[in-house]
Design a protein around this ligand. Structure first.
Ligand code: PEP
Ligand code: MG
Length: 323
């Protein structure tokens, strides 16, 4: 499949109406990095750091992590890498972590909730990231922020680690951009002050959809009932796009839907200009975007919504097939 799209690799994802969408890739292991070159991705929009913790039998040391993050950035050769801090708990259980019995792990003690309580591990990870980024740009994203105070606290922790590392004599990153993953509906309704505190926001569509529809993403039986192209979900995405645009916060979408061409085109039509996906999806998504008039697609979406459609998939699929 990569071969089929090789000719597109160095071309931008510019739609026929002139809008250009940035296509980034998701990664989590060193082995993913060569795809950055092969796919033509503009950077890593989501680096899932927990994978490095999951393949070990003990908590990695700070020096090991710093060396690893340094290698990731080296291999990205100047393209941006957005590191997401540990997102453990829920479906990702560390072999060396005491498993706590929770009735609802996906809504339980996971991600930033662990990081803000067991602060040592998150602090150590942030220190490793800062050391790895010495003399380069650092992008850090906090997962599963459900309340703006959690973001505020996480950001403060990173800023404190930056000061600590500087005091210890480590050369600082050239720039630091700090962002939040928007993965729960609550955050879409956060006060403006939250958005203003974010250097960027990324929609974690897998979790956002799970919590929006109250349908377990791991449970095929219920998951399949709810469509990303349903009007309520798209209305939520559109609201997030509007709020970020109004407050000047760069926004991306990094859930699996970003890598599905039809869904990606709809997200782009709603105003998302950065999508992050598995590397193999970059070619197909780019191919579709390059032959789509996003403005016309947007008009169709608005039309259908006004006339009372509840799901846009049939109309959008027809439109894209005709184009
Ligand atoms: C998401 O929830 O959409 C996401 C990108 O994070 P993960 O799939 O790792 O939970
Ligand atoms: Mg998630």
């Amino acid at each position: 499949a990569q071969k089929r799209y090789a000719g597109l690799r160095d071309l931008p994802a510019t739609a026929t109406c002139g809008t250009t969408v940035s296509l980034l890739m998701n990664a989590g292991l060193m082995a993913d990095l060569p795809s950055l070159e092969g796919s033509g991705a503009e950077g890593v929009g989501l680096f899932r750091t927990e994978l490095q913790f999951l393949i070990r039998t003990r908590v990695p040391r700070r020096s090991e992590l710093a060396a690893l993050y340094r290698r990731v950035m080296d291999n990205a050769r100047g393209k941006p890498v957005i590191f997401r801090t540990l997102d453990i708990g829920s479906d990702k259980v560390l072999p060396y972590m005491k498993r706590i019995d929770e009735p609802n792990p996906a809504m339980g003690w996971r991600a930033i909730r662990v990081g803000l309580e067991k602060r040592g591990v998150l602090q150590m990870q942030l220190q490793a990231l800062i050391r790895a980024a010495e003399g380069r740009d650092l992008h850090v994203m906090f997962p599963f922020i459900a309340d703006c105070d959690e973001y505020h606290e996480s950001r403060a922790m990173l800023l404190a680690q930056l000061e600590r590392e500087a005091a210890l004599g480590h050369a600082p990153p050239t720039s630091v951009r700090i962002g939040a993953m928007l993965e729960t509906p609550s955050l879409a309704f956060a006060p403006d002050a939250f958005f203003r505190e974010c250097d960027f926001i990324s929609i974690g569509g897998n979790d956002l959809k799970q919590f929006f529809f109250a349908a377990d993403r791991e449970n095929e039986r219920v998951r399949k009932r709810y469509d990303t192209l349903s009007v309520p979900f798209l209305n939520l995405v559109e609201m997030i796009v509007r709020r970020c645009a109004a407050l000047g916060v760069p926004l991306s979408f990094c859930g699996e839907d970003a890598g599905r061409p039809v869904e990606a085109a709809v997200m782009a039509a709603l105003g998302l200009t950065t999508l992050s996906m598995r590397p193999a999806s970059i070619g197909p998504v780019k191919a579709l975007l390059r032959r789509t008039d996003l403005r016309a697609l947007r008009a169709l979406i608005d039309d259908k919504r006004e006339s009372g459609a509840t799901n846009l998939r049939p109309a959008v699929t027809r439109f894209l097939a005709e184009g």
